[in-house]
Write a protein that binds this ligand. Structure first.
Ligand code: ADP
Ligand code: MG
Length: 327
């Protein structure tokens, strides 16, 4: 069982940033309004995510470390109506199988909290603790017993950049939630207080100047609504690092959206440049399939053409050009 978990770990937990992503999704699913993240050594030494969400009782705290134990899926049909981030019940047992893992949690109505300690998938101890409502997951020595996986990782600085992006994506997806992020052992770190709007959150993350240089975007179809910001004609980056897409508050990657953007900008960007874009899409959950890969962000859409033309037309119109929609 432990070995199977460790083998499967590569699927869900590729690198420290994947752990951060899973833990943040769990905290957001738990309704947290405040999330504290602390990492060390690019996430290999320490990843700690503490939230003020609903927490877990003792039974659930133990159950959540069992494979496929998710509290988020009552039936298969629910998959299609899915609004929460997690639904596979794989992340925690997988992470616990490749680290020194500590879970501290308390539910509102419970007089005491629970602490569960796991070493490389082996339950070490369960005890009662006092704490506020919410959950803290502490992951130490990630992959330390898996030298092959460790070798695949980049430098701590690179891994840190990856995990920092996950924190940023979560903060952009959920502006109402306050985030505090600290890396290393010193300093206050980054604080993004609860924001009233997506725009305010972007300003907190990237600065007022960054957001003011962008054009607001808005488009609606019966099945899809789109809001966002994009860079002016001619302005872009050599990489796609400033392209952020969210579908129903979930950060996603989509080659379709990237290509549609490029098409919308046609001739308004220099070759090799990518526009700065933040897009939030709301789509009926039955029209998307987030279940392509356990960890990857790539998302599939049922009505690809509709989405393609919506993005191309919205961007082209915003940039003041006649849209040319072709396939
Ligand atoms: P999934 O998110 O797919 O359900 P996970 O392994 O990530 O699977 O989590 C398993 C379960 O543990 C969740 O369904 C949830 O009930 C519980 N859980 C995990 N993290 C938290 C948290 N931060 N707060 C409250 N409950 C949590
Ligand atoms: Mg999860």
């Amino acid at each position: 069982e432990v070995l199977a978990s460790q083998i499967a770990a590569g699927e869900v937990v590729e690198r420290p940033a994947s752990v951060v992503k899973e833990l943040l999704e769990n905290s957001l699913d738990a309704g947290a309004t405040e999330i504290d993240i602390h990492t060390q050594g690019g996430g290999c030494a320490l990843i700690e995510v503490a939230d003020n969400g609903c927490g877990m009782g003792k039974e659930d705290a133990l159950l959540c470390l069992e494979r496929y134990a998710t509290s988020k899926l009552g039936s298969f049909e629910e998959l299609t109506r899915l609004r929460s981030y997690g639904f596979r019940g794989e992340a925690l047992p997988t992470i616990a199988s490749v680290s020194s893992f500590l879970l501290r949690t308390r539910e509102e109505d419970d007089p005491v909290g629970t602490e569960v300690s796991v070493e490389a998938g082996k339950l070490i101890s369960v005890r009662e603790i006092g704490r506020d409502r919410g959950t803290t997951v502490q992951v130490r020595s990630l992959f330390s017993r898996l030298p092959a996986r460790r070798r695949f990782l980049r430098s701590p600085a690179r891994e840190q950049a990856h995990l920092q992006r996950q924190v940023m994506l979560a903060a952009m997806a959920q502006p109402g939630t306050a985030f505090r992020f600290r890396h290393g052992s010193r300093g206050e770190g980054t604080v993004w207080p609860s924001a009233r709007s997506r725009e305010d959150r972007l300003a907190a993350i990237f600065g007022e100047d960054w957001i003011e240089a962008l054009l607001p975007l808005q488009a609606n179809r019966p099945e899809i609504s789109l809001t966002g910001f994009l860079s002016r004609p001619g302005i872009g980056k050599p990489s796609r690092e400033e392209q952020f897409f969210f579908v129903n508050r979930r950060p996603v990657e989509s080659r379709l959206i990237s290509a549609a953007l490029q098409e919308g900008y046609r001739h308004s960007l220099l070759r090799g440049l990518h526009p700065t874009v933040v897009l939030w899409l709301e789509i009926d959950p039955s029209r998307i399939d987030p279940n392509v890969h356990p960890a990857k962000r790539e998302i599939r859409f049922r009505e690809e053409r509709e989405l393609w033309s919506l993005v191309v037309e919205a961007v082209a119109q915003r940039l003041g050009r006649q849209p040319v929609v072709s396939f």
